[in-house]
Design a binder for this molecule. Structure first.
Ligand SMILES: Cc1cc2nc3c(=O)[nH]c(=O)nc-3n(C[C@H](O)[C@H](O)[C@H](O)COP(=O)(O)OP(=O)(O)OC[C@H]3O[C@@H](n4cnc5c(N)ncnc54)[C@H](O)[C@@H]3O)c2cc1C
Length: 462
């Protein structure tokens, strides 16, 4: 039985832990799927490469309002798809080859890991024989996977998830998307922009319902202009008729049916903790399946750490990467561990319009009894917004009226994920709204003037 100094399960953010400081450690990396994990292969990166292409496909429609008559004459799906995966697949394979062939101290196991005892992991390699390995330390970085909703017949009709929908052989004429969060709305934007008729089925009253209510409401209004959005609907049964998948829904007005040539399921993700048989090694989980860790990313078992979607309250790549850096430090310096900083975690939705957010929503501030003031600045009120003829986007801020500290920032509109970054910075470094607004130049006439004006609009105490 081989024994290692360290075993890492999962090659998403887990793979980023190893740097030259680990060169004299004997390390194993276990990966059951494609090397590089969700973000690189089936998540953030390919989706955003498709989103950028979708934005271009949308540009002619936006031009008409500005007096530019362009026409989209077609989207060459196979070329779009192959350009994107033509870049990504070699990166994933290069990462695997580097670890397997160029890192003398690292053994790569291609197979699924499952604990069979205290710090004992069986790796199934597909050959029928499991190999059991042991280690002094483990890093659990096994991520999450799509939730399949409890809909009668859904397994039989065949459905897509983020794992395969970006590699479709051809674009379907119609696509039904089950879900209303960021994955569902990003894919709705992508496929809708490429000419697919999209029907979005949401259980909730609003799309992106975790956002500030003003943002979720505006996003939902705009989405209803682009896609066939069915809100407050429960999918109860799926059936296949030839090339068509039918989804039977229950809603406020009774039963109804939606159909398409493709069905995409994007209702959320669950941690992969159930695949690891963690009980065998004493690691515990929350009721939602997340591995229990302390602020140093340590599980309840000495020497076993967890990170990313497997344990984090945030299913975001930048959080997984941050937690991986914390684990990296704590592996090297167990007697001087650092803590994870989850205070100001931003996120973005790369749909259309784009959305970005950090900190408290107004509803959370109210529920927590926090004293706050709020201000909103429309894109339509800044010069660059006039240039774009934007009439729907805005930046909404929440701040402590006493000291001007920002409590939350929410942007819906063009370049929201870029515009939010200075606000994230201000929150991290304790910059108050007045100093931020007036203590620096803001390039005129640029989009960040949206943020400058939102800051100036805050009715702070004198
Ligand atoms: C469609 C989509 C779009 C996204 N877009 C964004 C975005 O724009 N921005 C953002 O911040 N986040 C985004 N995310 C979320 C982001 O991808 C994840 O938060 C991040 O990749 C999690 O990293 P991780 O290292 O925890 O897990 P992963 O990257 O999922 O890595 C886990 C690895 O462990 C392997 N594994 C699992 N179980 C086992 C086992 N038992 N044995 C061996 N190997 C195992 C898996 O095969 C996988 O390769 C997106 C996610 C999706 C699905």
């Amino acid at each position: 039985m081989r024994h290692f100094d360290l075993v890492i399960i999962g090659t998403g953010s887990g793979n980023s832990i190893l740097d030259p400081r680990f060169d004299d450690w004997n390390v194993a990396i276990v990966e059951k799927g494609v090397f590089g994990g969700t973000c690189l292969n089936v998540g953030c990166i390919p989706t955003k490469m498709f989103v950028h292409t979708a934005d271009l496909a949308n540009a002619p429609a936006a031009g008409a309002r500005l007096g530019v008559d362009a026409r989209l004459t077609g989207v060459r799906w196979p070329e779009v798809r192959d350009r994107i995966f033509g870049r990504i697949d070699p990166i994933a394979e290069g990462g695997r080859r580097y670890r397997a062939e160029e890192c003398a101290n690292v053994t790569v196991y291609a197979g699924e890991g499952r604990f069979v005892g205290s710090k004992r992991l069986a790796v199934s390699t597909g050959s029928g024989e499991d190999e059991v390995i042991t280690a002094d330390r483990f890093v659990l970085a096994a991520g999450s996977r799509p939730i399949v909703p409890d809909v009668v017949g859904i397994e039989q009709v065949g459905f897509h998830t983020n794992e395969d929908v970006m590699r479709l052989a051809e674009l379907p004429r119609r696509m039904v998307i089950l879900g209303s969060g960021f994955v569902a709305t990003e894919f709705a934007h992508v496929f809708g922009s490429f000419g697919v008729d999209v029907t979005l089925v949401a259980r909730s009253d609003l799309l992106l319902r975790g956002q500030d209510l003003d943002v979720a409401t505006r996003f939902t209004e705009l989405a209803e202009r682009r896609w066939d959005v069915r809100r407050n609907r429960k999918a109860v049964r799926a059936e296949r008729d030839g090339d068509v998948t039918r989804l039977h829904l229950e809603g406020p007005d009774g039963a109804e049916v939606v159909e398409g040539e493709a069905l995409l399921v994007a209702v959320g993700r669950r941690p992969n903790s159930d695949l690891l048989n963690l009980g065998a090694t004493g690691v515990t989980t929350h009721p939602d399946g997340r591995v229990v860790v302390d602020c140093h990313q340590r599980t309840e078992v000495d020497g076993i750490y967890a990170l990313g979607d497997l344990s984090s309250p945030y299913q975001l790549k930048h959080v997984a990467n941050h937690e991986a850096r914390v684990v990296q430090h704590n592996l090297l310096h167990p007697d001087a561990p650092v803590s994870t900083d989850h205070r100001f975690v931003p996120h973005a939705v790369f749909s259309s319009p784009q959305v970005a957010s950090v900190g408290l929503t107004e509803q959370q501030a109210r529920a927590r009894g926090v004293r706050y003031v709020t201000a909103t600045q429309q894109y339509a009120g800044i010069a660059y917004g006039w240039a774009m003829e934007d009439t729907t986007g805005f930046c909404k801020l929440l701040a402590d009226p006493a000291d001007g500290r920002l409590l939350g920032a929410h942007i819906i509109g063009p370049q929201a994920p870029t515009l939010i970054q200075p606000l994230v910075q201000a929150m991290h470094f304790g910059l108050d709204a007045r100093s931020m607004a007036r203590g620096q130049y803001w390039i005129h006439p640029s989009m960040p003037e949206l943020v400058e004006n939102a800051l100036l609009n805050l009715p702070l105490d004198d």
